[in-house]
Design a protein around this ligand. Structure first.
Ligand code: B30
Ligand code: ZN
Length: 265
């Protein structure tokens, strides 16, 4: 049983490092990517999703862990174009509460926040046997970050997730969702991205993540964003105090000694 934590309040993000020391480290995530301070690295080749579109019609499991909606991914999914083969584990979202001051994304670019952010989490399956071993190693994880903004059009790929959120309103609830093409959630341009070394953006904040933040943002409609922001609760069904699960993003962390690289100039 892990120590519980939240985004605001008594065990909110400013207190995380008291209970999870790595959260006070010097290579934390998310960060603000200042594009004039990024360094072009021509060795950063386009990423290649492996098996993202081959779901084999086996349903995915989606659950509410009290912090986000997590979709478990099959272990034949992975990502190529990195120094090692990384196997997919899960994906999840971060979002806001509709406020005008800050969107719900974690990473920002030149100080600008997007409305939400998708994370696809992978572990280094060439060096480590599983996610829990890999997540404590400096070269253990690779997370793809996709910034989400609202536009006029509905994004049909997102409905594969949003249509089932009402089945996992409360923490610990689980639902089986029809398999769909995970690549349809990603931007079309997988060649232009930022790369830096950072951490899990939630406790225990292990500094084990090779981050890829795509330059192209994806669009969903305002109605889709509203669904994302207002369906889930962070509390269990048995808990009389219903707490909407909102603003589940961490503030940007100092970049310190790190350099963010760009795959494009
Ligand atoms: S993120 O992509 O940096 N937001 C984890 C994976 C990716 C990110 C954050 C956390 C992760 O696997 N955390 C440890 C596993 N968790 C599961 C969970 O998120 O629910 C269990 C835990 O913390 O010990 Cu609470
Ligand atoms: Zn995340």
């Amino acid at each position: 049983e892990e120590l519980s934590w939240t985004y605001t309040g008594l065990v909110g993000q400013s207190e995380w490092s008291q209970y999870f020391p790595d959260c006070g480290g010097t290579s934390q995530s998310p960060v603000d990517v200042v594009t004039t301070q990024t360094k072009y690295d021509p060795s950063l080749i386009p990423l290649t999703p492996l098996g993202y579109s081959q779901h084999g019609n086996k349903p995915f499991t989606m659950y509410n862990n009290g912090h986000t909606a997590v979709i478990e991914l099959p272990d034949w999914m992975g990502i190529g174009g990195l120094p090692w083969l990384f196997t997919a584990v899960q994906m999840h979202l971060h979002w806001g509460s509709g406020g005008p001051s800050h969107g719900g994304a974690e990473h920002t670019i030149n100080g600008l926040s997007a409305d939400a952010e998708l994370h696809v989490v992978h572990y280094n399956s060439e060096l480590y046997p599983n996610m829990s071993t890999a997540m404590t190693q400096s070269d253990g994880l690779a997370v793809l970050g996709v910034l989400i903004v609202t536009g006029e059009e509905t994004n049909p790929a997102f409905n594969n997730i949003l249509n089932y959120l009402s089945r996992i309103r409360h923490a610990d609830q689980k639902v089986s969702i029809p398999a769909f093409d995970i690549q349809s959630l990603l931007p079309k341009d997988l060649a232009r991205y930022y790369r830096y070394n950072g951490s899990l953006t939630t406790p225990p904040c292990y500094q084990s993540v090779m981050w890829t933040l795509f330059n192209e943002r994806i669009q969903i409609s305002k109605a889709q964003l509203l669904k994302m922001e207002t369906i889930l609760y962070s509390s269990k069904a048995s808990d009389p105090d219903r707490m909407l699960l909102q603003d589940n993003y961490r503030a940007t962390q100092p970049i310190n000694h790190r350099v963010a690289f760009a795959s494009f100039s």
